[in-house]
Design a protein around this ligand. Structure first.
Ligand code: 5AD
Ligand code: SF4
Length: 470
């Protein structure tokens, strides 16, 4: 698709800002002080979308609240990646029928990845009649206009058309308080892994212009953000659609030139597109955290093929070997799916042996969940839930032991951390993150909050390190 068709025009963006103004004036004329609650599920990309929704809501004159029951507007910003995430959302929608009975003026909206699924929007249309507004990720930038339609017509509004997808710059954002920020550098996915719903709900890959990304990161650093994560379904294909001969490693190099005290991280990376150039760039750039989330999904070649991952176990191991050779301190994490349709015990154990061989710092482990509309959902799946659970437990056992071992090796070392939170443990009142994003529970003065500091690591367990500020 042509670039000019992908970018939302300035006139369209201005129109949305006008709708925000209209909504604000409508509330002012009623002398109303409306509240809104945004409940976000799922991945960081969705968290970033939720921050844009909150930004637009503030412009519309809403005050934000965490209490859905009392809010004048409730938005469920949903995830579709596994069945469990969907069930939770339908549960929450059920609960909201009560608050709507008490306050018939309440507006209920459903957005995010689930909303983009035809199966879901149909079910909402037919069986969840208290939901006023349904819009998918493609329509996020048009939220002010859609909300205005709801208030003006008091009819249900659905904006869930299947699209290639667009890029809208300059949407207002409400960032988390503190030092962490998320920056989407691209949207969508072209990979069609056979188990995954994302390409169906978030459209094709679209990269933001490098200058827009650089400007946003520069602005964040100037405003004191120190832990900045670049987001994309597969950041390694950044730039493929730009025709600029400029890739993700080039973007990292340019970001690294921005002066200041901050770290850059990114996720996720598809192994098929991870290059030596990327790892060399990470190794060289001082602001880039030596941390890599490289989802492997399986350690068995037949299963990898069926998953349409387009790499082999050997290729993955070679990538990891190279990355560790140029970054000996690298903190490596991954995603694993156990129980893909047709997977046998021996194949699942290949995944366990890969995990043992690599020595990941941490893993995000999932039992396969069939997603209607994907290829894998049509495949025969003879293994029982109990069998899959047994393989899953074995994987966890191996990984927990590895995490504990790796964590124990930190004890006695000095690490540079960014203090980013408080804990309820009086013995270790602060929390912090190492360069590699390991959690450190910390003894130290609260004035360290938001600062980089050196800590001596004094203890560890499977989940965290313990330390004292020096
Ligand atoms: N079932 C289980 N896990 C899944 N993931 C994606 N789709 C599914 C599914 N259908 C996992 C993958 C991915 C992570 C974000 O979620 O491991 O990397
Ligand atoms: Fe994120 Fe994927 Fe869930 Fe959408 S479906 S919120 S992209 S994890």
């Amino acid at each position: 698709m042509e670039r000019k068709e992908v970018l939302v025009s300035q006139a369209e963006l201005d129109r949305q800002r006008d709708y925000e103004e209209k909504i604000r004036r409508m509330f002012e004329s009623r002398q109303a002080h409306p509240t809104a609650c945004v409940d976000t599920f799922g991945c960081q990309q969705n968290v970033a979308d939720g921050q844009k929704l909150m930004g637009m809501l503030l412009q519309c004159g809403f005050t934000l609240t965490d209490e859905p029951k009392e809010a004048d507007l409730v938005i469920l910003n949903t995830c579709a990646i596994r069945e469990h995430a969907e069930q939770r959302v339908f549960g929450n929608l059920g609960i909201l029928t009560h608050s709507k009975k008490e306050n018939p003026e309440q507006v209920i909206a459903l957005c995010g990845c689930m909303a983009q699924e035809e199966r879901v929007s149909k079910r909402i249309k037919e069986s969840y009649r208290h939901v006023d507004l349904v819009f998918g990720p493609h329509a996020l930038w048009r939220f002010p206009e859609l909300l205005w339609q709801v208030y003006e017509t008091r009819k249900r509004v659905f904006a869930v058309d299947d699209e290639h997808g667009s890029i809208a710059e300059g949407i207002p954002v409400v960032r988390e308080k503190g030092v962490k920020a998320w920056v989407s550098i691209m949207y969508g996915c072209n990979n069609f892994c056979s188990y995954c719903i994302v390409p169906y709900v978030r459209g094709r890959e679209r990269s933001r212009d490098p200058q827009c990304v650089l400007e946003e990161v520069r602005d964040l650093v100037e405003h004191g953000y120190k832990d900045i994560t670049l987001l994309g379904q597969n950041v390694n294909s950044y730039g493929n659609d730009l025709d600029l001969n400029y890739d993700f490693a080039d973007l990292l190099s340019d970001i690294d030139k921005i002066p200041g005290e901050y770290r850059i991280r990114f996720m996720s990376s598809h192994p098929k597109d991870a290059t030596r150039k990327l790892f060399d760039t990470m190794a060289r750039c001082t602001h880039v955290a030596k941390q890599l989330h490289l989802p492997v999904q399986s350690g068995n070649d037949r299963v990898l093929h069926e998953m349409n991952r387009r790499y082999t176990r050997a290729q993955y191991l070679e990538l990891v070997r190279y990355a560790k050779s140029v970054m000996p301190e690298l903190v490596l994490t991954s995603d694993i799916i156990i129980g893909f349709p047709g997977e046998t015990e021996a194949e699942a154990m290949d995944t366990v042996s890969l995990v043992e061989e690599v020595g990941f710092d941490a893993l995000f482990t999932f039992l396969y969940s069939p997603r209607p509309g994907t290829k894998a959902a049509e495949m025969p799946d003879p293994a029982t839930k109990a069998e899959k659970q047994k393989w899953f437990d074995k994987l966890l056992e191996v990984q927990n032991a590895a995490s504990a071992r790796l964590h124990a090796a930190y004890v006695g070392k000095t690490e540079r951390v960014l203090v980013d939170g408080e804990s309820d443990d009086p013995a270790f009142p602060l929390t912090a993150r190492t360069d590699g994003n390991r959690l450190v529970r910390l003894k130290g003065d609260p004035s360290l909050m938001g600062q980089f500091t050196d800590v001596k690591i004094t203890g560890s367990n499977t989940w965290a390190l313990y330390g004292e500020a020096l």
